[in-house]
Design a protein around this ligand. Structure first.
Ligand SMILES: Nc1ncnc2c1ncn2[C@@H]1O[C@H](COP(=O)(O)OP(=O)(O)OP(=O)(O)O)[C@@H](O)[C@H]1O
Length: 455
């Protein structure tokens, strides 16, 4: 393949790269340098082809290069960071792995919510389990002692939410003295949820000895390894996010060394495959509108987002009374109830999940046919992530949003998103709404400026 061929290949898969010296992407699993025992597992789990983010992020990851991956939720990010990690661990002699067990894991994967951490664990066990690679999940809501005990038994990979990981580090249940691989998944969500200080604290626990030099070497593995003990390799930091607000850029600048940047699809915009439908209605008309929608017979599972925990319980009970089978997922639920809700949706015993934003990110419930924003998200980023729960892994999806005049602060961005979506039609009441004609806050400026000019 010539340079031009690779450029066309990347365009076909909507892959945009930045950062210099980016290796060619993967054309097919068997053409990659992934070892046969891992390819066999990938084949067994039925992943016929790599997803776009996997095609490019895996070859970069195999060069021990720091990466920023910007991709929609549901695009296969877990495998994109997992495969280079599993190959690195596999390269270490087994006996060494056992002897070093008390040195802690080789990798930590940080996620904003316990559900996402458990979902990444599922994927990690699916691929790493058959290789004898041990994973421990460290999240709130489960017993600290039990997690501490499992950590003491030794493992290669820890998947954690920031708060509980700091807890086990401070209580010395865990050390990171041989940790050379750190993944920040849904980094924007972690920042949104106020975890930036926790993430910084965790990164301070990492051994400084494996920090990459902040120079050209950071981009070139051969040069990098030439002057370093290749057993431990330099630290590799991988950050995945679905949007790139300034706080995420700041985190990347602080902790990543000359990262390669991989953008998949259009940044921060909902999945191209999701049809967005918007109704601007009064609060009191929402229930009727919802019934109209559901009575047309919607293919389960459906996720309905509300903004308050109480609203979720009230709505779910109302739906149950009308013969729908609904469950809820929000911060007020205990861990078992949360896992039960997700499991019942996945195994089909429940058709509708009524959730608050805690379920908005990273939760991979298969084939969600429709997302309904019963209460509109508070920010356009949250809206993007809520509707990212449908239209995943290549399938089409529908997102229906009930907006009231209180949501007018989003109308401008919402209108832009809908107009840029090839499968959505912006309704005239949104297209022509006065609040949709300018970015929030700019109207005052233009008004003041006009008064000044014409004063
Ligand atoms: N190459 C592939 N081919 C088919 N399906 C895949 C492939 N890679 C992953 N999947 C499936 O696609 C779904 C989404 O994967 P994943 O959870 O990694 O997406 P993500 O949302 O981008 O990652 P994260 O959950 O870390 O945000 C999962 O059910 C996974 O099993």
């Amino acid at each position: 393949m010539t340079e031009r061929d690779w450029r066309i290949f990347r365009e076909d898969y909507n892959i945009t790269i930045k950062g210099g010296r980016i290796p060619d992407p993967i054309r097919s699993w068997k053409e990659s340098t992934i070892p046969p025992e891992i390819l066999e597992i990938i084949d067994k789990v039925g992943y016929k082809d790599p997803t776009p983010i996997q095609r490019q992020a895996i070859t970069i990851g195999l060069q021990n290069r720091d990466i920023i991956g910007v991709a929609e939720t549901g695009s296969g990010k877990t495998l994109a960071f997992l495969i280079p990690l599993l190959m690195w661990i596999q390269s270490l002699p087994k006996i060494e792995r056992m002897e070093d067990a008390d040195q802690g894991p080789y990798a930590i994967i940080l996620a904003p919510t316990r559900e996402l951490a458990q979902q990444i664990e599922e994927e990690t066990i699916k691929i790493g389990g058959p290789l004898g690679i041990r994973t421990v999940v460290v999240v709130g809501g489960l017993s600290r002692e039990e997690q501490g005990f499992r950590l003491r038994l030794g493992c290669e990979i820890v998947i954690a939410t920031p708060g509980r990981l700091i807890d086990v580090l401070e209580n010395r249940y865990l050390v990171l003295s041989q940790c050379t691989y750190i993944v920040l998944d849904e980094a924007d969500r972690m920042i949104d949820m106020g975890f930036e200080p926790d993430v910084q604290k965790i990164l301070e626990y990492m051994p400084v000895t494996n920090l990459k030099p902040d120079n050209e070497d950071a981009e070139d593995e051969v040069k990098l390894l030439a002057n370093y003990n290749s057993k431990k390799k330099y630290r590799q930091t991988v950050m995945f996010t679905a949007t790139m607000p300034p706080a995420v850029e700041r985190l990347a600048r602080t902790y990543l060394r000359r990262p390669a940047v991989v953008y998949i699809g259009s940044i921060g915009k909902p999945v191209e495959r999701t049809e967005q439908i918007v109704f601007i209605i009064a609060e009191q008309d929402k229930r009727r509108k919802l019934m109209e929608l559901l009575s047309r017979g919607v293919e389960p599972p459906v996720i309905i987002f509300v903004n308050q925990k109480k609203g979720a319980d009230v709505l779910a009970r109302g739906l149950e009374k009308l013969g729908f089978n609904a469950c809820t997922l929000h911060g007020g639920k205990g861990q078992e109830q949360r896992e039960f809700a997700l499991a019942s949706l996945k195994n089909g015993t429940k058709d509708i999940l009524v959730a608050t934003d805690v379920a908005g990110r990273g939760i991979d419930i298969k084939d969600v046919s429709m997302v309904i924003n019963y209460d509109m998200a508070k920010t356009i980023e949250d809206y993007t992530h809520r509707i990212g729960r449908t239209g995943r892994a290549g399938k089409n999806g529908v997102a229906v949003s009930f907006c009231t005049k209180e949501d007018s602060g989003l109308f401008y961005d919402l209108k832009q998103l809908m107009m840029s979506s090839p499968v959505s039609t912006c309704p005239p009441e949104l297209m022509n709404h006065p609040e949709a004609q300018h970015k929030p806050g700019t109207a005052m400026v233009t008004k003041k400026r006009q008064e000044k000019i014409y004063a």
